[in-house]
Write a protein that binds this ligand. Sequence first.
Ligand SMILES: Cc1ncc(COP(=O)(O)O)c(C=O)c1O
Length: 340
Amino acid sequence: MIDLRSDTVTRPSEGMRAAMAAAEVGDDVYGEDPTVNRLEAEVARLLGKEAALFCPSGTMSNLVAILTATHPGEEVLVDREAHVLHYELAGAAVVGGAQLRNFDAPNAGCPTPEQLLELERLNDPGHEPRAALLCLEQTHNRRGGTLATPAELRAAAGTAREMGMLVHLDGARLGNAAARLGVPLRDLAECADSVNFSLSKGLGCPVGSLWVGGRKARERAHVWRKRLGGGMRQAGVLAAAGLYALEHQLPRLGDDHEKARRLSCALQGAPGLEVDEDRVQTNIVLLQTRRRADEVIARAAGEGVLLTAFGQHTVRCVTHLDVSLAQMDEAAAAISRAAG
Ligand SMILES: Cc1ncc(COP(=O)(O)O)c(C=O)c1O
């Protein structure tokens, strides 16, 4: 099987398992796990922030960020295709009492200052909820792994702050963005008060995401993580995988982008599907299919390729550590047969 459902399907490599087995550990609920502390310090440093907090998942890290930055009854502004809106089971509403209000930002989910200003309320606290947080996403999953530039992120964040909001960046794939744009992670994180940085996608770890932000905000984030059941004990075995990934996997994310380009090139002109090559910017390829997505997916599985549905006629392919460049031609041939 060539598994292109997600970059989360990777299995920890031999080197990563060895690092996990050798990890020095302590009780992280007491703040005493040296490997977790080292991972948090390193991720904070890479993203140019004061502090980080190791969470079991990106879903929890995003939720911790929203809970830390808002009060019940306040609004979070998000792109209408945001992960936090579609795939996190409305946790912000259920747990945080937050109202998610959306805008449509075709450019990688990053709104223009004008778009944000149009959403500005009339300052009527007797009727209107306060907009407390702008949530951006980089790279943007449902918009095909696409990118906003640091300047675009900065412009959106600047306007959000003028409107009285904090800014959260769902950077589950921030490493892919940095690799593609050729900029340090901190240049992309700079726009945000808090960032979700995932270890279990292109970085190939079995578990983990970090909330990253200011030292004071981390105190609130730490309370929320515990409340959500995310306090972990000897989590150093997991953090060791993260440290290994920062050293060995982060520098190779560009390889996954090459695989995605190879796949999308090989699919050009295939019957029954369309790929917009301009939107293949990182490790995600979106296909618009003539057949229903579930039918294409079932047929592709029969041909040995696993894919995900992103809409009635939209199929997502994601490249990662555990598929090779050479397999992309094989995958393209199978997908063509399935879609035709
Ligand atoms: C953009 C984005 N944010 C957040 C998440 C949530 O991460 P997790 O699966 O670790 O909860 C994902 C997962 O695919 C994602 O793609």
